[in-house]
Ligand binder design. Sequence first.
Ligand code: DC
Length: 201
Amino acid sequence: MQFTVAIDGPAAAGKGTISRALAAEFGFAHLDTGLLYRAVGAKGGDPETAAQTLTPEDLARPDLRSLEAGQAASRVAVLPAVRAALTEFQRSFARRTGGAVLDGRDIGTVICPEAEVKLYVTASAEVRAHRRWLEVGGDAEQVLAEVRERDARDMNRAEAPLKPAADALCLDTSTMTIEQAVAEAISAVKAGLAARKSHAD
Ligand code: DC
């Protein structure tokens, strides 16, 4: 069975937690596509070459979760050649047998416009910065400024900007518990699986 769940949204909105919960609930494979861009940014050198030659070791670097790696990822992600080099890998992951959840910025809009379920997970910049600050510490104002800077770059770039797909279900997690957000996402996937089954019958 091929079944794709596309999850997009800004940094620290809860995409990763929701994606992992869906993958565990339904037995789907999960790809955090932000990690690909983080690995390209961290590799250094020419970003296009880095994207074309990514290895599993590049994706296993321990420093990919830092704020700096997030900023570097957002900067290389504006380059069309970098995005093009990463497209095929993401598309074939999405169509693998057994179902897949991909989270990122352009999964429902560009990578998998045919995904069976699309979610747009968001929260206010203040809430997201606070969550990030709880993880990384440091100066709270600085963390908020970095969240806003990355949002602006990811949403305003010419190539595959962050925006909800027209048919995405929007989940604003600003005032939700993680359990509520996961429960809504699980219901959306169950509805998608049921719609697909009735289509096939
Ligand atoms: O999801 P993340 O914070 O790990 O993503 C890091 C950066 O990578 C993000 O600021 C923009 C870029 N990115 C992208 O352009 N497209 C994706 N599908 C995933 C991430």
